[in-house]
Design a protein around this ligand. Structure first.
Ligand code: SF4
Length: 57
């Protein structure tokens, strides 16, 4: 039960995409950000990745 095995983890950017990105304001202006997490982080919203076999069933 870790982010690396979660369906919401966008691994190439280590982002959790469980929810919509949040607005952030800095001296560079405003932007939207998804939270970044480590591969071995986790939270109570974890859902396992769906494999092709499961998706086809
Ligand atoms: S376990 Fe939680 S924090 Fe990690 S990717 Fe999944 S939903 Fe996001």
């Amino acid at each position: 039960m870790q982010c690396q095995g979660c369906r919401f983890w966008f691994s190439s950017k280590t982002q959790c995409r469980r929810n919509a990105p949040l607005p952030a304001v800095s001296e560079k202006g405003s932007q939207t950000l998804w939270p970044t997490t480590a591969a071995d982080d986790w939270c109570g919203e974890f859902q396992p990745k769906v494999t092709d076999e499961k998706a086809a069933a």
